[in-house]
Design a protein around this ligand. Structure first.
Ligand SMILES: [Zn+2]
Length: 281
């Protein structure tokens, strides 16, 4: 087992679950251990993916297969648009922008310049067709860029990162004076994570490598020196039938326990995400 926390480096880590089945075989083993850091309360999967594995995985995804835009405006997106309405103009960067669903509407407005980073070529092409300026695949690609951004968005991305602190530091160095870095990710201190752990839908994706808490971001604050504001948000889309769907998912999960099969609890409209704003002042 890994000896130190992958976020804070603390040796105080403990195994939460082992032999957990992944839902796909993108990575080396089809089972993983879930490990928790007692210092910063971050969870991570072991073995961790390598850069090669993760990039092969992103290249294999079809940009037609996962379409976030068919859903309604998600709660965290609403926060983002509300916050942007105070800005009026700006240079924005969407990291891991996929097909550009988040900021496509802003590309049509003259007072905004929208940039994106996206490793999947097909998705990047789609984002480009919506007016995104694609400037690389990952944070590393803008290390030497002279661009500074008023807002940088890391939406459902940090849980995919092998080297989160390194990426955050690159992005922070690209913030304009009053710039903000906004991070949205699952909250491992929310009740569905605590109750269902590796059976919660958020953990089923092989490319979700780490799971954060409010305390993880206190640690990040120490590492980056930024001011941090943490709020809680719902993320997963909600339908009119969400209560029924949630109950159905829960029953399916209970039944799977009786038959020893792996099942995941998919809950909609639940406050299970963190919305974190990092700023220089
Ligand atoms: Zn830690």
């Amino acid at each position: 087992m890994v000896k130190n926390c992958r976020l804070c480096g603390s040796p105080h880590i403990r195994k939460k679950s082992s032999g957990v089945q992944q839902t796909s075989t993108y990575f080396t083993n089809n089972t993983y251990q879930l490990v928790a850091c007692l210092n910063c309360h971050t969870w991570f999967k072991e073995p961790f993916a390598t850069h090669e594995q993760i990039s092969a995985h992103y290249n294999s995804l079809s940009a037609d297969g996962i379409d976030w835009e068919k859903h309604e405006v998600l709660p965290h997106q609403k926060h983002i648009y509300d916050e942007l309405s105070n800005l009026n103009s700006g240079i924005l960067l969407d990291v891991g922008c996929w097909t550009g669903g988040l900021l496509a509407d802003y590309t049509k407005l003259k007072n905004y310049q929208i940039y994106g980073l996206e490793p999947n070529a097909g998705a990047a092409k789609k984002a480009q067709s919506k007016g995104y300026h694609i400037i690389g695949k990952q944070a590393d690609d803008i290390k030497h860029s002279t661009l500074l951004f008023d807002r940088i968005y890391l939406i459902d991305v940090i849980e995919h990162l092998i080297n989160p602190v390194e990426v955050l530091n690159i992005l922070i160095s690209k913030l304009a004076q009053n710039g903000k870095l906004i991070v949205v990710t699952g909250n491992n201190k929310s009740w569905p994570f605590i109750l269902f752990k590796t059976n919660y839908w958020y953990l089923k994706f092989p490319d979700h490598l780490a799971f954060y808490s409010n305390k993880s971001f206190t640690q990040i604050k120490g590492l980056t020196g930024l001011k941090i504001e943490v709020k809680y948000t719902k993320h997963y889309w909600h339908t009119n039938k969400r209560f029924i769907e949630n109950v159905k998912s829960f029953i399916k999960f209970i039944l799977s326990k009786c038959t020893q099969k792996t099942a995941f609890v998919h809950l909609g409209g639940i406050t299970d995400h963190l919305f974190v704003v990092l700023s220089k002042s």
